[in-house]
Structures are given as C-alpha cells and as structure tokens.
Ligand binder design. Structure first.
Ligand SMILES: *Cc1c(COP(=O)(O)O)cnc(C)c1O
Length: 565
C-alpha cells in the first residue's frame, strides 16, 4: 500500500483547484480550467516538483451530455466511484457551516507520470456517515446548485482543504489558488496567524496579513465578470458566522459582497493572469494590483497524438522532459514523416466520428475543427453568420467541419448555440459535411486537435483569457486560424504558425465574420492544395508554438516567479 509519508517528508506547494482533469474517466473537470489544472500537475510530476493538489471529489461529476435530434442538450450526472481510482485516507476534519459541524474526509489519488515522479492529489469528500443527508452532497456536483451550495463547496475546498493538509502532516511552503474558488483558504490562514488580542493597539488588525500574503499566490482566469464568484454578506454570515471579524473581511473582500477574486488578490503576494493580454485586461479590471503574466501551456505527452509522439521520440529524444527541443523539428523531421503522422491522426478521428455518429468523413478534404465550452463569448456561430457565403466558398474549395462542446446546465444562451449549430448542419447539407460530436471530453479533444487540418477559434475580444486547445493542436502540427485574443496574440506569426482572423487586436468585432471568410477563401483553403507549403506551416506550429506553449515552461516560471520568491 502507498505511504503518505513519501509525500510529507518535504515542504510542498499546495495547489488548490475546484476542478482537475486527472484522467478522462474521472469526471472531476468541466473544461479548460480543469484540463489546465491537470496539465499543471502532470508537468509538476515530469519535473519532479514537490506539489500536492487539493480539489473536490465531485462524485456526480460535471455531467453527461445528451443531445436530441434538434441539438437540445440535456444533462445526466456522471457518477464515479472514487474507490476505483483512489485510496481513502484516515484523516477527517470538521468545518462549521450554518452552525453545524460538517465533517470532511479525503481520498488520495496518485498521479503517476509516464516517465518518473508522482504527485499526491487530495480529493475532499463530505459523504461520510456523521453528516446530514444534505451535507453529504456538498462535494457531489461540480458547478451545480445555487449560490449557497457553491459557497459550501468553497468552504470545503478552501478552509477544509487547508485544515486537511495540516491534519495529514503536510508542510506547505506556498499555497497556489487556481482561480478564486479556493480563496477562503486565506481566511483559514488569517485565523492561524492571529495576534494575541492584548498585544493590539487601537484600530490595529488582529491578523498578520503580510505573513499570509507571503504564503499565497493566485492565478486569475477570466475577464468575464460572471466568472468571478460573489457572495452576499447575509449568506456569508449565515453559512460561516464570524470566521474572521467583519471589518477585516470587508476590507479584504469588498464592501458590498464577498468577492472571491478581491479576497485572493488581497491575500496573495504573487498574482498572475494566464496570457500577456489577459494580465493587461486584469490590471484594468483590478486597478492597483500588480498582475503579472504567466502564459498557459499544455502537457506535451498528453496532447501529442501517438503518431507525433513517435516521430518526436525518434528524432528529438527527451522532448517530453524538455519540449524546447521541438524548435528543431523543422530541420530534424522530414516533410513526409510529418504528413504521415498527420494522416494517421486524421484517420483515427474519422474512425471515431464514424463509430460515434455513423457519419463518413473524407480524409482528402481539408477539415476545420472547433470545440470548446459552448457559450456566447466563444461565438461558435461566427463561421455561420452568412450561410450563403460559406456555401459559395465550399462549392469552389470543398472542406468539412467537426464541432463539439458542452454548455453549462444553467447557460441557456450556450444551449441555444448548440441547437443553432444543429440547424446549420442541416442548412449546409450536401455542400459542407459537418458534424457535432456529443460529450466533449479529454479523449475527444485529443482526437480532434490532432485529426483536423485547421483549428478554429473565434472568441469575442478580450474575453478569451488564454485558450489552450489551440496549443494542443500545435503539438500535432495543426495550425490555428483564430481571432487575435488570449494566447494567440503571442502565438500567431501570420502564415508561419497559422493565421489571424482580423488583423488588429482592437479591431471592431463586427468585421470578424468577413475577415474569417476572406482568410479561409483566399489564404487557408488555397494553401492546403500546395502540400509542400502547407507542411511548412505545420512545422511552424510545432517549432514555434509547441516548443513554447507547453506546461513545462509554465511550471518552470511558476516555480521561479511565484513559488520561490
Ligand atoms: C483543452 C480543453 C478545453 C479548453 O479549451 P479552450 O481552447 O481553452 O476553450 C476544454 N475542454 C476540454 C475537454 C479540453 O480538452
């Protein structure tokens, strides 16, 4: 049996995240944030950094997506059994919620690297006999329920997680809050570092705030206002009582409502956004804070398809540990090997499409891929804003399209977008072969980012904090065609790594559809017919983007800039 002592003998970075994509059949993630958290831990493993991750067990998962013939989404729980993958730990701690004691137990999942190294992942679980039926469900549904449910989850994650680490004997050298969901851990730390009251002068804070700040760093992930959790102080008072005094709390988390982002900003020494542009936008959103940029990356071994991993292994051994080696891919790997690796990846995707839906796709046709959370600012419908124009492009230069993505259960707009995409499939029938794959998850993402020819992204600027699926495509020599937002502002070299939709970061969004049609018709589709020039762009994506936009670089930066200061 596995020994917890293997992990508690040295101080570790405690990485707190509401969701972590550990493996495809563990539904403790909803999308980009969770996949990033998983890639963060996978890189920490490969680099043998001392980290411990804390998240919720989410027994009912995110959800299983069902789509009827009209593209109407319905959700069913995606139940999983933690005992199949993790070991129950003996420790149990309590938090107070609504004046009740809520017990929190935990599971240990070991994330084992494909090279060496392993990381402990602590999955918090309130489903224990001591708790009321209602409290046993706190750690069930990821992003489910109302704001009271969410606040309870965040109490469990932040306060419960910090207490549990202590009970298990972890010495934490730095707490990393991946998004504001875990910011209540700062309140737990304030309680730990409280001055004796007879030492205080009038109006002096009873807490050693600088000491807490020294211990914390925070990554903010979205410029979308609704993405920042806020809780009414009435609710906070009812749930938490006086966890810290109200003057201190309002000072740190805002006067009107408890803003988790403000709390995290005020209690963290290091704060960063997830791309250079996102850091700039965040500095405007939160004036007065030093928000640095650490641009996201993706995990090399996870996102390179087997056919590409094989040629990298052969020509650039060590790339899994040192993905910078991929800068040499253009010279070390022949055009034919790149094209052959891509043919294999494309065949796997076409097989999967057929087995999932019965639809047949043509391996010779250029294929556009678009998959991400279905929500308004991602604009999955931009490509279809002028169906006649799209048809006329396709009549001269045929292509096909693969789509996927889930809409959050409460996001009606997102659900309507999926239904609209289903209508477009019918409108395009006979001219453009198009399919929407249900149940977007890591496995489908892996096949799509490698098996299409062009990876499309059309968000509304500046809402895409980073975006990571385009980086996954780069690992497979798939160029991006994307609006200049998030990571693509840094990653796009026109005609070398892919193409921009609209040429300016600031340009009016209204022109994006026109720019997209023009670029597709006049640049991308014609180039696809010239294989020797096309393969140069594939190599450009690998050399210039995969070598840089990987989570090893990201973790080396977190280590030197956030963890060791
Ligand atoms: C990578 C990934 C995402 C995030 O993609 P974005 O480009 O950031 O939107 C979401 N869901 C899954 C399953 C993924 O693999």
């Amino acid at each position: 049996m596995f020994q917890l002592d293997d992990f508690t003998h040295e101080p570790r970075i405690a990485y707190f995240s509401m969701e972590i994509a550990l493996q495809n059949d563990i539904p403790t993630y909803s999308g980009g944030l969770g996949v990033l958290a998983g890639d963060t831990m996978r890189s920490a493993t490969d680099l043998e950094l001392p980290v411990v991750a804390v998240t919720l067990v989410s027994r009912a998962g995110y959800f299983h997506q069902q789509l009827d013939a009209e593209g109407k989404q319905s959700e069913t729980p995606m139940q999983w059994n933690p005992a199949d993958h993790a070991e129950r730990l003996n420790a149990k701690i309590a938090v107070m919620i609504e004046d009740r004691t809520v017990w929190i137990s935990a599971w240990l999942y070991i994330l084992a690297g494909h090279m060496n190294g392993q990381q402990p992942i602590i999955l918090l679980d309130t489903d224990v006999a001591e708790n009321s039926a209602e409290d046993r469900k706190i750690t069930d549904t990821l992003y489910g329920g109302d704001s009271a449910y969410r606040l309870k989850q965040e109490v469990v994650l932040g306060i419960g997680g910090a207490r549990l680490l202590q009970a298990l004997g972890f010495e934490v050298r730095q707490y990393h809050m991946n998004e504001g969901h875990s910011a209540l851990l700062g309140l737990e730390l304030l309680r730990r570092f409280k001055y004796p009251s007879d030492d205080l002068r009038p109006d002096e804070s009873p807490y050693d705030i600088p000491r807490v700040r020294e211990l914390c760093c925070f990554t903010t992930h979205t410029p979308v206002e609704a993405g920042h959790d806020r809780f009414d102080y009435g609710l906070v008072q009812r749930m938490l009582g006086d966890i810290v005094d109200v003057v201190t709390l309002k000072h740190l988390a805002g006067d009107e409502a408890l803003n988790m982002t403000s709390l995290a900003l005020n209690l963290s020494e290091h704060v960063n956004g997830v791309a250079k542009r996102h850091a700039e936008v965040s500095r405007k959103m939160f004036p007065g804070y030093r928000v640095k940029a650490i641009t996201n990356g993706v995990h090399p071994y996870t996102w390179a398809s087997p056919s590409f991993a094989k040629i990298y292994d052969h020509h650039l051994p060590g790339w899994c540990h040192e993905p910078e080696l991929l800068v040499r891919a253009d010279c070390c790997i022949s055009d034919e090997e790149i094209l052959q690796a891509h043919r294999l990846a494309k065949a796997s995707l076409i097989d999967k499409i057929e087995s999932l839906t019965g639809a047949t796709f043509d391996a010779r046709l250029p294929t556009l891929g678009f998959a991400r959370r279905m929500t308004a600012y991602k604009r999955p419908d931009l490509l279809f804003s002028d169906i006649e124009r799209l048809k006329s492009i396709a009549r001269n230069q045929p292509f096909q399209i693969v789509l996927a993505g889930k809409a959050h259960p409460h996001d009606e707009g997102g659900k309507q977008l999926i239904a609209a995409l289903y209508r477009h499939v019918r409108e395009l029938d006979g001219v453009v072969n198009m399919i929407f794959l249900p149940g977007y998850d890591m496995d489908i993402a892996r096949l799509m980012v490698a098996g299409v020819d062009v990876w499309l992204n059309t968000p509304l600027r500046p809402m895409e904090a980073s975006g990571t699926s385009g980086m996954k495509a780069a690992f497979n020599g798939v160029p991006n065609l994307s609006v200049l937002d998030g990571w693509w502002i840094e990653g796009c070299i026109e005609g070398v790594t892919g193409w921009a939709v609209g040429d300016s970061v600031e340009s009016a969004n209204g022109d994006d559809a026109l720019a997209l049609y023009d670029k597709l018709e006049q640049v991308v589709l014609p180039l696809y017919q010239e294989q020797d020039r096309w393969v140069k762009v594939m190599k450009g994506a690998i050399c210039k983007n995969a070598s840089f936009f990987n989570s090893h670089r990201m973790m080396r930066r977190y280590t030197t800039e956030a963890y060791i200061r």
